[in-house]
Design a protein around this ligand. Structure first.
Ligand code: PHE
Length: 444
């Protein structure tokens, strides 16, 4: 059993909102639209939905149930089930991945905060550009974001993470609805809508499937122990199926809404859907510009996006923290500060890349140029796929899929009907699909 003061969610909805808070973040609102844009719109969306349902949901349920069954962090959970073996390396990989993603994710989150401050000052995107210009400034915003994350995580599970998620996630949803309605009324919006929602099957290629799968794992926070750790704070009464399913529904819903929010405006305002990571930072300010009170809307939007990013960085930091608190008996405060400092230092090269400093902008590896992109490929794509694959293998060969299904069914009788498809997915579909895709990355 874990230490008595590990903390626990106060309610099922507390878990769902915190886990959805982890899942919903820049991945949905910044990364999903630009990748969908690069990969051809509707066709990508369709493949993405298939990946979420067939691979994401089973891995999500496996992760949460492993967490709840062991009530431990990723390393401790594996150790508890099979002590003294190399399986714990998978747990360490999860910790490293958490740190790796946190380091560059906080750079983009810092950019969101720069936009927030730009709008708060009344100067909008132009002011944000000035604020975020130059290496020092980008590093300062990175630091600001890490400090914010540290402050929330120090507060612990119930008071820190859960309280914030409960208040702010619903507000984000409302705001997005408002922006979608606004975007749909722009002349020419329907073209963007059609582009985003009509799949052109000829565009489905191996690369599209690969990006869709990586995006699904990233967006659902899978493969690095975040869901495992959050599941470990669930009590024995809560319904795992419902918890996992809601998180998947919310996360996917928000990604689709983000597409609906952005693409009609992209087409109506003459932007290029394939413009890559800068997409939302270019398109949304032009939408806000055309609105009465646009500065206030911009402020509200970037505020909520900062919060969405924060509930994600919190989960990244929480995974690493849970390990040091559970297994090494470090105090929560010391751990959080030490890990935050490490994430900052590791994030500096990504920040310098974002600020346009050589050689960080020109380093090339794995077919990706720029340090931030390389980190994203390494931790945000590759490592999550490896982590999810190994997690499936652990469940199949060590913990046993039947036992995992029992854990879910123990509090979710309705899971009985889904038991067989779940077992088939974890045993065959997920490992085979992920392995094929990984092999293709390696052989590329
Ligand atoms: N899912 C988060 C997002 O979409 C990012 C994340 C990945 C968070 C992995 C935790 C773990 O923004």
């Amino acid at each position: 059993m874990g230490a008595p003061d590990r903390g626990e969610w106060s309610s099922q909805i507390g878990f769902i909102l915190a886990a959805a808070g982890s899942a919903i973040g820049l991945g949905n609102i910044w990364r999903f639209p630009y990748i969908a844009g690069e990969q051809g719109g509707g066709a990508f969306v369709l493949v993405y939905l298939a990946c979420v349902l067939l691979l994401g949901l089973p891995v999500m349920l496996a992760e949460i149930s492993l967490g709840r069954a062991t009530q431990r962090n990723p390393v401790g959970a594996l150790e508890q089930i099979r002590p003294g073996t190399r399986w714990k390396l998978l747990g360490y990989l999860a910790l490293l991945t958490g740190l790796g993603i946190l380091s560059y994710y906080a750079v983009i989150a810092g950019k969101v905060v720069a936009y927030l401050v730009g709008y708060a000052s009344g100067g909008g995107a132009e002011a944000a550009g000035v604020l975020f210009g130059g290496p020092w400034k980008v590093c300062v915003f990175l630091l600001v974001f890490i400090v914010l994350t540290v402050l929330v995580v120090v507060g612990g599970v119930k008071h820190g993470i859960e309280r914030w998620a409960k208040i702010l996630m619903p507000v984000l949803l409302l705001m997005m609805f408002a922006l979608i309605v606004r975007g749909l009324f722009l002349p020419g919006a329907s073209e963007g809508l059609a582009w985003f929602l009509t799949p052109d099957f000829s565009k489905i290629s191996f690369e599209v499937v690969l990006s869709a799968m990586s995006q699904a794992f990233f967006s659902l926070s899978l493969g690095m122990g975040a869901m495992l750790t959050y599941g470990s704070y669930l009590s024995r009464h809560q319904n795992l199926l419902r918890c996992g399913a809601w998180v998947v529904v919310f996360d996917t819903g928000i990604a689709i809404l983000a597409g609906l929010m952005i693409f009609p405006a992209v087409f109506a305002l003459g932007h290029d859907p394939t413009s890559g990571p800068t997409l939302i930072f270019e398109v949304l300010p032009s939408v806000f510009l055309g609105l009465p009170g646009g500065v206030v809307v911009g402020f509200a939007f970037f505020f909520l996006l900062s919060v969405a990013a924060l509930t994600s960085t919190v989960s990244l930091l929480e995974v690493v923290t849970a390990y040091f608190v559970d297994e090494r008996s470090w105090s929560r405060t010391t751990t959080v500060i030490a890990v935050g400092a490490a994430a900052f230092l590791l994030g500096v090269p990504s920040a310098l890349n974002e600020a346009g400093v050589e050689p960080w902008t020109t380093v090339t590896a794995f077919g990706t140029t720029g340090f931030l992109g390389i980190m994203d490929f390494l931790w945000g794509n590759l490592s999550l796929a490896v982590g999810s694959l190994l997690l499936c293998l652990f469940v199949i060969f060590v913990w046993k899929v039947e036992r995992c299904a029992d854990e879910i069914e123990s509090t979710a009788p309705e899971f009985r009907r889904l038991r067989t498809p779940f077992i088939l997915a974890v045993r065959f579909l997920c490992p085979i699909a992920i392995a094929v895709i990984l092999a293709s990355i390696v052989l590329h």
